[in-house]
Design a protein. Structure first.
Length: 204
């Protein structure tokens, strides 16, 4: 019989109704494993397809989708065997019992209420005439708008006459988010304070 008391395990001895090694528990474990494998494949594809900081939010979202399924697999393994297995560190019960603390819920300081992605992209204009021709426009600003409207602002670096120079991305946590209606936005859209969650600098 597998060891259910070794390192990295947490037995729920206080639960008198706990019944391991049931057929139903084995079935739930297999279902949780299938869900986790599918999510892991999706996660790997999302991360491997990321081409830079423009895709960092997609990676964060993939992380958020994968984590609860890994925790669900750990819980299913515990229900079947009495131990959480390799993903035990992800479970709430594992963290609580290892620290010897009761879960009092997240504190106000630990709750992320929102964040803003600040991004700067610098491009060198190597041939303005080529940019205007690519967009069939007679003004650089209108040409850039048309190129971005067709392929997104990040497509500017692929346009003739433009060269990517450098870039910067910062993700700042704060609670002063813009309202859904632009009419309610303040004139000053700068962020006065907040916690820096992530930053990336690129030079091309």
């Amino acid at each position: 019989m597998p060891d259910t008391t070794g390192s990295g395990t947490d037995q729920r001895d206080e639960d008198d109704d706990f019944e391991p090694w049931t057929a139903d528990g084995a079935s739930r474990l297999r279902i949780a494993a299938a869900d986790l494998l599918a999510a892991l494949a999706e996660h790997a594809e999302t991360v491997a397809s990321a081409a830079g900081d423009a895709d960092v939010l997609d990676v964060f979202a993939a992380n958020d989708r994968l984590l609860p399924l890994a925790m669900a697999y750990a819980d299913a393994q515990f229900d079947y065997t009495g131990n959480f297995g390799p993903f035990g560190a992800l479970t709430d019960d594992d963290g609580d019992e290892a620290d010897g603390e009761d879960d009092e819920g997240p504190t106000e300081e630990s709750v992320a209420t929102g964040f803003t992605v600040l991004e700067r992209r610098d491009y060198a204009v190597t041939d303005e005439a080529a940019v205007l021709a690519a967009a069939d426009a007679d003004h650089l600003g209108r040409a850039l708008h048309q190129i971005a409207e067709a392929g997104g602002w990040h497509s500017l670096g692929d346009s003739p006459g433009l060269r990517r120079q450098a870039g910067f991305v910062a993700v700042v946590q704060h609670d002063a988010l813009l309202a859904p209606d632009p009419a309610d936005w303040p004139q000053d859209l700068t962020i006065e304070d907040g916690e820096l969650l992530y930053e990336q600098r690129d030079a091309y």
